[in-house]
Design a protein around this ligand. Structure first.
Ligand SMILES: Cc1cc2nc3c(=O)[nH]c(=O)nc-3n(C[C@H](O)[C@H](O)[C@H](O)COP(=O)(O)OP(=O)(O)OC[C@H]3O[C@@H](n4cnc5c(N)ncnc54)[C@H](O)[C@@H]3O)c2cc1C
Length: 302
């Protein structure tokens, strides 16, 4: 029987584990892949204070070593279900664990386009995060793929850093009028509708793409320095839908104490409904979740 089981060993899960453990909880950290979450495949992190410019895999390892140095129990496990009750059960593909409290820190994955050569340029010319990578393209020309609110918002952000932003939307823009107007007001933003990426180009660096005009079927080469994909996310929340804590958008609603609507079940990091998804914000949420989950357990034991 654990005090707290934490699902996911990204920055949120690891940080929640440290805070809960140091507050006296008996913690199990479960991870279905490599510890580090989205950081593992991030080429360079430049905005995590105290680390300068650091390789994402290296930062993952540093955080993992730090977490393990407290003697926190860690296990491989793909969580498929949580069964709520006075004692909660966390079910993986091959085991079942009992715990007093659960912290869900399962994160998300940004969606890929699936165009030819995409794998080769991910985190190396193709990015999902303007706040993270915009600064690497100072004075350069980038394309934004997408036509929703987040694509427009990130376009405005990028326009303040790069030389030129070209937005390529597959159809008409889906963003609301206010978002579109803000982007269109920027003199270095160009919006082109009804375009798809067929193939990313470059060797070894990305230099552009073959673009299809979806109205005429014509394909042509376009040159640019980087691409930002804002075509949606896949939140890792399938295993928690039955609990009724997952919203229509796939993210979990948590209050400022990181409590979900179920007592004893907390959520933190990229999996919760929020605006800014960064390592620093994941860690901030996780501090709150770890400490509040421990308080919940203490209260149960009284
Ligand atoms: C390419 C890229 C570059 C980025 N660059 C930066 C940057 O420069 N600076 C910055 O601050 N942020 C950056 N980010 C964002 C940052 O990585 C995320 O905000 C952060 O990792 C979120 O942490 P998390 O722990 O909430 O989730 P995640 O990092 O997504 O970790 C969740 C973990 O949970 C595990 N998991 C999921 N479901 C289950 C399950 N059912 N059972 C067990 N385990 C499960 C996953 O395997 C994963 O390891 C970047 C993101 C990407 C994709």
């Amino acid at each position: 029987m654990y005090d707290i089981i934490i699902i996911g060993a990204g920055p949120a899960g690891m940080n929640a584990a440290i805070y809960a453990n140091r507050a006296g909880a008996n913690v199990l950290l479960l991870e279905k892949g490599a510890p580090g979450g989205q950081m593992v495949t991030t080429a360079e992190v430049e905005n995590f204070v105290g680390f300068g410019t650091v390789d994402g895999a290296e930062l993952s390892l540093k955080m993992f070593d730090h977490t393990m140095s407290f003697g926190i129990e860690y296990d491989y496990g793909n969580v498929t279900k949580i069964i709520d009750g006075p004692i909660k059960k966390v079910v993986t593909e091959d085991k079942e664990y009992e715990t007093k409290s659960v912290i869900i820190a399962s994160g998300m994955n940004p969606k890929s386009l699936g165009a030819e050569n995409e794998e080769r340029f991910l985190s190396n010319g193709i990015s999902w995060c303007a706040i993270c990578d915009g600064n690497f393209y100072k004075g350069k020309h980038v394309v934004v793929i997408g036509g929703g609110n987040s694509a427009m918002e990130e376009t405005v952000y990028l326009s303040g850093i790069v030389d030129k932003v070209t937005v390529l939307a597959r159809n008409d823009l889906r963003a609301s009028k206010a978002y579109i107007e803000r982007a269109m007001k920027k003199t270095n933003v160009e919006i082109i509708k009804k375009r798809s990426i067929v193939r990313w180009l470059g060797d070894p660096k990305m230099t552009g793409a073959i673009v299809r005009n979806n109205e005429t079927g014509e394909e042509y080469e376009m040159n640019f320095d980087g691409a930002f994909l804002f075509i949606g996310f896949n939140p890792n929340s399938d295993a928690f839908v039955d609990l009724g804590i997952v919203g229509d958008d796939g993210f979990i609603k948590a209050n400022e104490k990181m409590e979900t609507s179920i007592p004893g079940i907390y959520a933190c990091g990229d999996i919760i409904e929020k605006d800014i998804r960064q390592i620093a914000t994941a860690i901030g949420d996780a501090t709150i979740a770890g400490l509040n989950a421990q308080k919940y357990v203490e209260h149960l034991d009284e």
